[in-house]
Design a protein around this ligand. Structure first.
Ligand SMILES: Nc1nc2c(ncn2[C@@H]2O[C@H](COP(=O)(O)OP(=O)(O)OP(=O)(O)O)[C@@H](O)[C@H]2O)c(=O)[nH]1
Ligand SMILES: [Mg+2]
Length: 218
């Protein structure tokens, strides 16, 4: 059983905690990446492939997992040999900067990349700055190509879009041009197409390049 941090929300002080996190991360030389997306969009699957690729490139990684109740994803990362800590929000639809810090402090990390897998939700997480250096969304083709038109705050907020489950594009009739047009109306976020299946992976190298680029800039 991994260590589990239970979130007690402290309303109104998130910006103070986010600022403190930013200072702590800079001092530790750690890039924090906030990974958001709908439930089941492929966040954990993508992160496992990405952490493996970054490990092969000699970059240390760890994952802070945000979930309402379970520790399934944390158990999964630990079983694969990665550092991971669980946050349970006990019903809240997002995690905040204060609880992320509690999880981060338990990792005892310096020099590396820490990913925060946010609670599966396309609305609330976009309202909470965690003090991270990069915000990404794992958006799956199975959710449909109209999501940037509907979930405007989230798609406006992110720095990069990881389009997951691209092996299923044709099967679900995903129109990439329509999706990208909706996104471009909001921001210039990079789009990386990925697939992680038992037959192999695609796009993970490009995603790792993005992380390495930002890591080198901190
Ligand atoms: N075909 C296909 N399936 C995928 C891919 N990525 C993830 N999946 C499947 O999608 C399902 C959900 O994947 P997860 O990685 O657990 O998604 P998640 O976003 O972490 O889910 P929550 O943490 O519960 O919100 C699983 O059955 C995965 O095997 C992909 O690239 N292609
Ligand atoms: Mg997950």
């Amino acid at each position: 059983m991994p260590e589990i941090v239970i979130m007690k929300e402290i309303k109104g002080r998130n910006e103070e905690y986010a600022k403190s996190n930013r200072e702590k991360l800079a001092g530790d030389h750690v890039l924090m990446v906030n990974v958001m997306g709908a439930p089941g969009s492929g966040k954990t699957t993508f992160l496992k492939a990405l952490c493996t690729e970054l490990k092969d490139r000699g970059i240390e990684t760890a994952v802070i997992e945000g979930d309402l109740y379970s520790s399934i994803d944390t158990d999964d990362f630990i079983a694969d040999g990665f550092k991971s800590v669980q946050i349970n929000t006990e019903g809240e639809c997002h995690i905040d900067a204060n609880v992320v810090r509690q999880g981060y402090d338990r990792l005892g990390m310096t020099d590396g990349v820490v990913f925060v897998e946010n609670v599966g939700n396309l609305i609330c997480p976009a309202e909470f700055d965690l003090g991270e250096g990069l915000k990404i969304i794992a958006a799956s083709v199975t959710e449909g190509d109209d999501k940037p038109y509907k979930y405007v705050p989230m798609y406006s907020y992110v720095d990069a879009v990881i389009l997951t489950k691209c092996d299923l594009k044709e099967a679900v009739g995903f129109d990439t041009e329509y999706f990208t047009r909706g996104l471009r109306a909001l921001n210039e976020a990079l789009v990386i197409e990925t697939a992680v299946t038992s037959a192999g992976t695609s796009g993970i190298g490009e995603a790792a390049d993005l992380i390495v680029k930002h890591y080198k800039e901190i």
